[in-house]
Design a protein around this ligand. Structure first.
Ligand code: ATP
Ligand code: MG
Length: 432
């Protein structure tokens, strides 16, 4: 049995006999030599097959090998400055494992074509780098909340009521009855804080986003937390602590991938080092007017363009709090001493990556919640189970939701959120 090592491992070894396996990333050849750049999940490496070393018959097979064929290679590794990753393997023997004929993806293909061939495009170095960072972030998210004594908890995906507004609900035919796919776990998370107190989840959320933006998917991974006995500041502190931990972990584990993606890591460093500026919505309007020459009427939600402008003034995420009640969800608690605003907070990422966290202290006054639901046109009786949380042993509590793909886009410096998930779903794209 041959002991196969990863390309990363053989490069660390640096000399001697090695065996690797992977896929052909690039190939070119002459009558006497065939150059194959092989890739595996860890890296790429140049391999040279010489006719004189392996004989005419085997060289004939090598000569026909095309991009994305899978191979096993044995040979000697040495340093070679002209090779793409600084090492080269002189091939003693090889085996063609899976042939590949004219791989459809070549250079300079359109975004649409790559989306159609997504299942093959996942093999690209760019997607490989992003998927590794995604994996780091998913792990780091769990570590953060488990480290803080939170329990992982799951809510249903099929839900009978809505939480984040009717316009983005996906209706499902549930044995003839209309129900919805989860937009958030929240209404089913709040009941559980009375047993577990501190809970978090990482699950898909579904939103029928009709506008085409570089920040919206119809299916995204939602990292949500809910905590009993909280105050509004605690919710913001957890969000800031989490983002610092996520960025720090990626910088520790994925420098190589960030380099492949061309991400300037000095832009991520301040997030770890500096406290995030916190400002109220009303203060944000003042800053927008004074520093960005943008006038927003009090009571209007901040639009993408305004979020982008204000975030450009800072090099860490910023936290905007105390939004007008009219623009936020029914479950948010009024600001103390101001019934016109709520204890809701949005975290806006730097570099124009927009909102990455939305959170709030929850309203505990049952009458206020009912009032808000009625104002939204909802039927109170559908929310009875939720209202029960305020009837028996209600406690101050709150939580937030973070869009994993938004954070991945920002950390990786992506042009579109679609590259932050293996198979993106948008209004116009649900295949492959
Ligand atoms: P936006 O205003 O950007 O649509 P939202 O206010 O609808 O966001 P929330 O309901 O607060 O967002 O959801 C919590 C988090 O989930 C957001 O901060 C964001 O990171 C993420 N998120 C929301 N909608 C989407 C989406 N369609 N695709 C990807 N992530 C999303
Ligand atoms: Mg939205």
């Amino acid at each position: 049995m041959t002991d196969y090592l990863s390309i990363k491992q053989v490069m660390e070894q640096g000399s001697g006999e090695v065996a690797i396996r992977g896929w052909v990333y690039r190939e070119r050849g002459s009558k006497k030599l065939k150059f194959i750049v092989l890739r595996d999940s860890t890296n790429i490496i140049q391999c040279v097959i010489a006719r004189d070393d392996i004989g005419d018959e085997k060289f004939g097979i090598a000569d026909k090998i095309q991009i994305e064929a899978s191979m096993e290679i044995q040979g000697t590794i040495k340093k070679e400055d002209r090779a793409p990753t600084g090492y080269e393997i002189l091939v003693k023997d090889f085996r063609l494992v899976g042939e590949s004929d004219k791989f459809p993806i070549t250079k300079d293909q359109s975004v649409e074509f790559l989306a159609d061939k997504r299942h093959l495009w996942l093999r690209s170095r760019k997607m490989t780098a992003i998927l590794k960072i995604r994996s780091t972030l998913f792990g780091a998210y769990h570590d953060y909340f488990r480290g803080q004594g939170f329990y992982e908890y799951q809510s249903p995906i099929f839900q009978g009521i809505q939480c984040e507004g009717g316009s983005t609900l996906f209706e499902v035919n549930y044995f003839g009855k209309p129900i919805y796919l989860a937009q958030t776990w929240q209404l089913y998370a709040e009941p559980a804080i009375f047993s577990l107190e501190k809970i978090y989840t990482l699950a898909p959320s579904f939103r029928a986003e009709r506008s085409k933006t570089s920040r919206h998917l119809t299916e995204y991974w939602h990292a949500e937390m809910e905590v009993a006995w909280s105050n509004f500041r605690m919710i913001q502190d957890y969000g800031e602590g989490l983002l610092k931990h996520l960025v720090k972990t990626v910088l520790e584990k994925n420098k190589a991938e960030l380099e492949i993606l061309g991400r300037d890591i000095t832009k991520l460093q301040p997030t770890i080092e500096k406290p995030f500026p916190r400002m109220t919505y009303t203060e944000a309007l003042k800053i927008l007017k004074e520093k960005c020459d943008m006038e927003v009427e009090w009571g209007k939600d901040l639009r993408t363009i305004e979020e982008d402008k204000i975030s450009q003034l800072y090099d860490t995420p910023i936290i905007i709090t105390d939004y007008p009640k009219v623009v936020k969800a029914f479950y948010m608690k009024e600001t103390e001493g101001n019934p016109d605003t709520v204890q809701g907070c949005d975290f806006i990422a730097p570099d124009g990556y927009g909102e990455i966290i939305g959170g709030s202290q929850r309203e505990d006054n049952i009458d206020k919640i009912k009032e808000n639901l009625v104002a939204m046109g909802e039927k109170i009786e559908n929310y009875e189970f939720y209202l029960d949380t305020r009837r028996w042993g209600s406690v101050p509590h709150g939580g937030f939701g973070l869009g994993m793909e938004r954070v991945i886009s920002w950390i990786c410096g992506l042009d579109t959120i679609k590259d932050a998930i293996p198979f993106p779903r948008t209004m116009t794209r649900y295949t492959p």
